[in-house]
Design a protein around this ligand. Structure first.
Ligand SMILES: C[S@@+](CC[C@H](N)C(=O)[O-])C[C@H]1O[C@@H](n2cnc3c(N)ncnc32)[C@H](O)[C@@H]1O
Length: 299
């Protein structure tokens, strides 16, 4: 394929929906959900090991930003695995999603709509076009990570598991499956939506999203706190887990945590309000702080 500016611009015109920002040729960048610099920063935040000569599996590869980056960084073999967005006609579905966000009405998940077209892979077109113009050897594999035969994939030196944990209905089973595709001495890089609940103490906690509460996306189910993320990795059999991100500090802390905790205790835990005749809800509203967590997990 010609690697010209004109061809790159034509690719973007033909494929208007991009999740990742990818520089197709110098100066022509696909219009992803955030600027290229933000993706580059995220890549740096992953603190990947030297990828030269390594095999890499990118689970939930989407448009392939991280797969192509792994290849550029010298990986000898890169597999980009996905199915969900690749099965979806994203150009049409995103119209419905935007409308739902504007109107506050429920959106139907892609797999329950006519935009779900597994035979045509309409959502893989951006990946395919980027792969072609980049002259990439990244190997796309269509598969549902939760149901496919993982032995057919093999094991990899580095497995990227980014932005996917919270999309999976069964996070512990997902982490166990993840552990099976990491080669001995290898590394799983886990990046996920995460939550911190000030005052929860030492508890491992996952917030559940029954609807489309998180990012207006009905395919988001769970958000772990740091302790739960660590616990999920350990329960899945990873022997060494390093959290690269610190949970954010509560904004309350500097404002007198102790006083706040004492008042909360009086109101919500002593039942004094009930004794005084208050019949309202006594479950303390939990302040939650959203963030993105990154962990390195070694088998
Ligand atoms: C939020 S995007 C993250 C994309 C990319 N990994 C990143 O971090 O920028 C989630 C991706 O996971 C994919 N995905 C969700 N469930 C999956 C499953 N069971 N098997 C394979 N891919 C899945 C989606 O299709 C989508 O491409």
């Amino acid at each position: 394929m010609l690697r010209t500016r004109e061809r790159a611009e034509e690719i973007i015109k033909l494929n208007p929906e991009w999740y990742h920002s990818i520089e197709l040729v110098p100066g022509v960048i696909t219009p992803g959900r955030c600027p290229l610099e933000a993706w580059e920063k995220e890549l740096a935040n992953l603190r990947l090991p030297d990828l030269r000569g390594k095999s890499v599996l990118d689970i939930g590869a989407f448009d392939g930003f991280f797969s192509f980056a792994a290849e550029r960084l010298g990986a000898s073999r890169v597999i980009a695995l996905d199915h969900y967005v690749w099965f979806t006609d994203r150009v049409e579905w995103m119209k419905e999603w935007r409308k739902s966000r504007e109107t506050g009405t429920p959106v139907t998940p892609p797999h329950e709509t006519r935009h779900w077209r597994p035979d045509e892979l309409p959502g893989r077109r951006p990946f395919d076009a980027a792969r072609a113009i980049l002259g990439s050897q990244v190997e796309p594999v269509v598969g549902d990570f939760m149901t496919m035969d993982l032995t057919s994939l093999g094991r990899f030196d580095v497995v990227l598991f980014m932005g996917i944990l919270y999309h999976l209905e069964d996070p512990l089973r997902a982490m166990r499956r993840l552990a099976t595709v990491v080669a001995p001495g290898g590394l799983a890089v886990i990046e996920t939506e995460a939550v911190e609940v000030p005052g929860l103490g030492d508890a491992a906690f996952c917030q559940f999203f029954p609807g489309q509460e998180l990012e207006n996306d009905p395919s988001n189910w769970w958000s772990p706190n740091a302790k739960a993320l660590m616990g999920l990795c350990q329960a899945a059999g990873f022997r060494e887990v390093i959290l690269l991100t610190d949970p954010p500090r509560s904004p309350w802390r500097p404002l007198g945590t102790r006083l706040g905790a004492a008042i909360k205790h009086l109101i919500f835990e002593t039942h004094i309000p009930q004794r005084l005749g208050y019949k309202g809800n006594t479950i303390a509203p939990l302040p939650r702080i959203r963030y993105r967590a990154i962990a390195h997990a070694h088998p």
